[in-house]
Design a protein around this ligand. Structure first.
Ligand code: MRU
Length: 368
C-alpha cells in the first residue's frame, strides 16, 4: 500500500543485502514512519515480542524470514539443524495467540527436514520465507475481491448511499505483508468508486485502531472516523453501521474466532441489532487442530503498562507517556477474546465467503 505515495510492504529482505530483514517499526506510527533492520533471529524475536511488528499475517511472515536468519547463523556450526531448531524455539515463544507465527515456523522446519545438504537447506528456507510473504499478499488481494461483493450488495440496496463499515483493532495492511484482511474489501470498494466510510474502534489498551488503522486509511484517502471502543453498540442501534468486518488471530475448525480483546462485545451488539458481522482472514489463520475456541485458544496476557500508561504527542510536539491511574491498582491485560461461531455471519477468505461452521469451512478448504 502507499505511504506518502510510495508503495511499501511491512516486511521484506533488503534488496541487495538479503541477510537483512527490513520491517516497518509499528511502535513509531503514526508519528514517524521508520524502517528497522533486523540482522539475527534474536533481533527478529525481539521485534515480534515487543511488537515492532504485529498482526497475524505480519508476524507469520516476519517469523518466516526469522527462520532464514536462523539458518544463516546456524550454518556456522557443523550440526546446523540444532541451531535452526533453537531459532525456531525462540520465535515460537514470542506470541502465542496468532497461529500464523507457529504455522510459518513449522512450515520452515518441515522444509528443512527435506534438505539433503546445508546449501540446499539454506536455499529452501529463503524460498519458503519469500513464499509465505507472497502467499499472504495474494490471499489478502483475493479477500478484497470476495469481500467487495458484500459491499456492492449493500451499496445497491442503499441506492449508492454511503456504506458504513465498523472495524476493530488493526487487521489492515500493517497486520499483514500488504493490503490487509479486514481492510481489503474496504480498499477494493474505495478503488471501485463506492462511497464508503469506516468507523475505527480506538482499540484500547494499545490503540491499534486509532494509531494504525486510522493512519492507514488516511494514507489511502478512505473516509473514516475514530470512535471510543464502547461506541459501536450505540451506532448500531441508530442504523449507522451496515457491516462489521474484523480480522482474526486464530480461527478454529468450527469457526470460533480469537481476535483483539473487545471483538466479542462487537459481535454481541451486531447480533442484537441485526448487523452482519464478518471476519476476514487468510487460510493461514485457521487452526484445524482446535475446535472449541474458548476452551482451547491460548490468550496472551500482556504487561500492565499497556493499560496504566498512554503514549501520545504532547502540546510541544514531543512524544510522551502519561500514567492514567495510581499504581496501587492491579491490572489485568487480556490481549484477545474469542467470539463464538454462532455470532459470526461469515468468513471472507481467499477462496470466497462461507458460513461460520465446520461443514462450510471444510467445503471451502477440503483436506484439512
Ligand atoms: O496485539 P496485536 O496488535 O498483535 O493484535 C492482533 C491484531 O492485530 C488483531 O487482533 C487483528 O484484528 C487481527 S490480526 C490480522
Amino acid at each position: 500500500m502507499l505511504v506518502n505515495g510510495i508503495p511499501r510492504v511491512t516486511v521484506r529482505l533488503k534488496p541487495d543485502e538479503p541477510h537483512i530483514v527490513e520491517i516497518i517499526d509499528q511502535r513509531k506510527l503514526p508519528w514517524a514512519f521508520e524502517i528497522a533492520q533486523l540482522r539475527s533471529v534474536d533481533e527478529v524475536a525481539v521485534a515480534i515480542r515487543d511488537m515492532w511488528v504485529r498482526g497475524a499475517g505480519c508476524i507469520g511472515a516476519t517469523a518466516g524470514y526469522g527462520m532464514w536468519l536462523a539458518a544463516i547463523e546456524a550454518m556456522r556450526d557443523p550440526d546446523y539443524l540444532i541451531g535452526i531448531k533453537l531459532g525456531a524455539r525462540k520465535l515460537l515463544q514470542t506470541r502465542p495467540t496468532a497461529v500464523n507465527l507457529a504455522r510459518a515456523v513449522e512450515r520452515q522446519l518441515d522444509v528443512l527436514r527435506r534438505a539433503k545438504t546445508p546449501e540446499q537447506a539454506l536455499g529452501l528456507v529463503r524460498t519458503t520465507a519469500e513464499a509465505i510473504a507472497e502467499e499472504d499478499i495474494e490471499a489478502c488481494d483475493a479477500i478484497g475481491s470476495h469481500g467487495l461483493k458484500l459491499i456492492e450488495e449493500i451499496t445497491m440496496r442503499k441506492c449508492g448511499a454511503v456504506v458504513n463499515v465498523l472495524t476493530h483493532c488493526n487487521a489492515g495492511w500493517l497486520a499483514f505483508v500488504d493490503i490487509g484482511s479486514a481492510t481489503a474489501p474496504i480498499y477494493a470498494a474505495h478503488e471501485a468508486g463506492i462511497s464508503i466510510h469506516v468507523w475505527v474502534d480506538e482499540t484500547r489498551p494499545r490503540n491499534q485502531g486509532s494509531r494504525l488503522t486510522a493512519w492507514e486509511l488516511a494514507q489511502q484517502g478512505v473516509p473514516h472516523t475514530v470512535i471510543a471502543d464502547n461506541t459501536g453498540g450505540h451506532l448500531m442501534q441508530h442504523g449507522l453501521v451496515d457491516l462489521v468486518i474484523t480480522g482474526a488471530d486464530r480461527v478454529t475448525r468450527r469457526g470460533d474466532v480469537a481476535n483483539k480483546i473487545g471483538t466479542y462485545l462487537k459481535a454481541l451488539a451486531a447480533k442484537d441489532n441485526g448487523v452482519p458481522f464478518y471476519v476476514a482472514l487468510p487460510s493461514s489463520t485457521f487452526d484445524w487442530k482446535m475446535s472449541d475456541g474458548v476452551a482451547e485458544i491460548p490468550i496472551e496476557l500482556r504487561g500492565g503498562e499497556e493499560l496504566s500508561e498512554i503514549e501520545g504527542r504532547l502540546a510541544d510536539g514531543r512524544l510522551g507517556a502519561v500514567r492514567l491511574f495510581p499504581d496501587i491498582s492491579p491490572v489485568a491485560n487480556y490481549a484477545f477474546d474469542v467470539t463464538p461461531a454462532r455470532l459470526v455471519t461469515g468468513f471472507i477468505t481467499e477462496r470466497g465467503v462461507c458460513a461460520a461452521d465446520e461443514v462450510a469451512l471444510r467445503g471451502l478448504f477440503p483436506g484439512n
